[in-house]
Write a protein that binds this ligand. Structure first.
Ligand code: FES
Length: 132
């Protein structure tokens, strides 16, 4: 019999009731990533306060259930963190917070961490440009 990998209750909860879905008006940073194999896309928007702490995160995800759950979890993990702390969020930490992901869905958690990092990089490069 074929064994079907199942999503954890936490994944199902974040998939069915994703947190922080949407877009931030005038975001401080935007990060967009896609996976050419599955075709899924993720865009993260961040707002950063004066102390370089992430005060708000929103996302738009076109993708599988795991990608939506991952986006939701990453957004919750990032809020309140400094940029350096948020930069070091790994796909394994995201998967762990979600109570685990099936092996063939680990790339979905990669996408979430990458999109957040890209948004932070975007913010940092814009900030560096205004200082010049
Ligand atoms: Fe590609 Fe989930 S199947 S992000």
């Amino acid at each position: 019999m074929v064994k079907i990998a199942q999503y954890s209750d936490i994944v199902m909860d974040h998939f069915m009731n994703p947190r922080n879905v949407g877009e931030i008006e005038n975001p401080d940073g935007v990060g967009e990533v896609g996976n050419p194999v599955c075709g899924d896309m993720m865009t993260f928007y961040i707002k950063v306060d004066d102390e370089d702490r992430i005060e708000d995160v929103k996302f738009k995800t076109f993708g599988c259930g795991a990608a939506i759950a991952v986006s939701s979890m990453v957004s919750e993990m990032a809020v309140g963190k400094t940029l350096d702390e948020a930069m070091s969020i790994t796909r394994d930490q995201v998967a762990q917070q979600l109570g685990g992901l099936p092996k063939n869905k680990m790339h979905c958690s990669n996408l979430g961490a990458d999109a957040l990092q890209k948004a932070i990089e975007d913010y940092r490069s814009k900030k560096a440009a205004t200082k010049e």
